[in-house]
Write a protein that binds this ligand. Structure first.
Ligand code: PEP
Ligand code: MN
Length: 377
């Protein structure tokens, strides 16, 4: 190439780069302007006692933006990714406003056994990030999906419903800890492939249970969050193996465990250097027979006094039947939980596990529209 042509090319290239830099600067200024407006909206919402996040408005607005983008020739995926990042920062600004701690933090008495998990002056609330979700940041999260991943078709259908309802983290059991060995035990790693594909291709993250310490690594390659089930809460080798993957962990309370035992189990994860831990109350064993377990809602505010870890509630396994799951979700929100994990099956009558407690997509929609994205109390 002749020298002068190269120089011309360099000049044009330089000018184009300068133009791009200029546009990027303008985008930054606009994002900053949007943040300021978002803060003002946050103040107005607080004064009016309105929730920070309105799932329906967000969905409608996002859809309208994607349509406008497409008219400009921009791919929907690009507009969605841009909008999600910008909207997230706006909501975070609003939540920051409303989360000023009301009481001075005190170290719980007799808490040396769980000294990493306990509340301590100067130690802030832990925020656990899973995909777009921030447990502990003040926004109530509704996790949904079937008890078990049963087929590619079932989980794709479930994912369609979840995505349409604003779910950002999907559940689904691949390795199932069933009470009887004669019952369906899960489709294992095949199910994990189906679940990961169904959720990730729709922009959702996944949480799934690990049963064997030796499976933790391979499951963590695809799962955004690992679940340690109630039956395994005190399985130290499993806790260590899950912690070591570095993935966030959802730790369920054993049906016969005290809160101190739950916190000591969490400590096993924390001592491995993994602080991304969410605790889950899922019902305890009592003499009551009207429900499968007794949901211990008092565990939520009691844990708030003891630990900096986020706390969610599983009303499905506690209730054991669909009729009262919605009411328990309201209770969970009312006592200050960071979210709920709910079982929903796209074709309930065909469920291979926990059919009695599975919600239909319609029942599940009533919960997401009421609670997803609400401010944590
Ligand atoms: C589950 O989440 O499917 C499950 C088996 O829950 P738990 O460990 O609470 O019984
Ligand atoms: Mn289940």
């Amino acid at each position: 190439m002749p020298i002068e042509t190269m120089t011309d090319a360099a000049l044009v290239f330089g000018a184009l780069r300068a133009a791009i830099d200029q546009v990027d600067q303008e985008i930054l200024q606009l994002v900053q302007k949007r943040s300021e407006i978002a803060r003002d909206v946050g103040v107005a919402k607080r004064l009016g006692h309105l929730p920070v996040y309105d799932a329906k408005r967000e969905r409608d607005h996002r859809r309208a933006l994607v349509e406008s983008g497409e008219q400009l020739g921009l791919p929907g995926q690009t507009v969605r990714a841009l909008y999600d990042a910008i909207a997230r920062s706006g909501v975070a600004q609003q939540l920051a406003l409303s989360h000023t701690p009301s009481k001075p933090v005190q170290t719980p008495p007799d808490s040396d056994d769980y000294r990493l998990a306990r509340l301590e002056p100067g130690r802030g609330q832990t925020i656990v990030s899973v995909g777009e979700v921030r447990f502990g940041a003040g926004m109530f999260e509704v996790i949904g999906g079937p008890c078990s991943v049963e087929s590619r078709e079932q989980i794709e259908l479930a994912a369609d419903h979840c995505r349409g309802l604003g779910v950002r983290l999907m559940r689904g059991g691949c390795f199932k800890p069933r009470t009887s060995p004669h019952n369906f035990q899960g489709h294992g790693l095949n199910a994990l492939d189906w679940l990961a594909h169904a959720a990730h291709s729709r922009g959702m993250a996944i949480v799934t249970e690990v049963l064997e310490p030796t499976d933790a690594g391979v499951i963590a390659e695809q799962a955004d969050m690992l679940q340690i089930g109630a039956r395994n809460m005190q399985n130290a080798p499993l806790l260590r193996a899950c912690a070591k993957t570095g993935r966030p962990v959802m730790l369920k309370r054993g049906p016969g465990s005290t809160l101190k035992e739950l916190l000591c189990a969490a400590e096993y994860l924390l001592v491995e250097g993994n602080a991304q831990v969410v605790l889950c109350e899922r019902g305890i064993r009592t003499f009551e027979t009207a429900t499968r377990s007794t949901l211990d809602l008092s565990a939520v505010p009691a844990l708030r006094e003891l630990t900096h870890l986020p706390v969610i509630v599983d009303p499905s396994h506690a209730a054991g039947r669909d009729e009262i799951v919605h009411a328990l979700c309201r209770g969970a929100h009312g006592v200050g939980a960071d979210g709920v994990i709910v079982e929903m099956h796209p074709q309930r009558e065909q469920a291979l596990s926990d059919k009695r407690q599975a919600l239909t997509p319609h029942q599940f929609a009533a919960i997401t529209s009421e609670l997803q994205g609400q401010e944590v109390r």
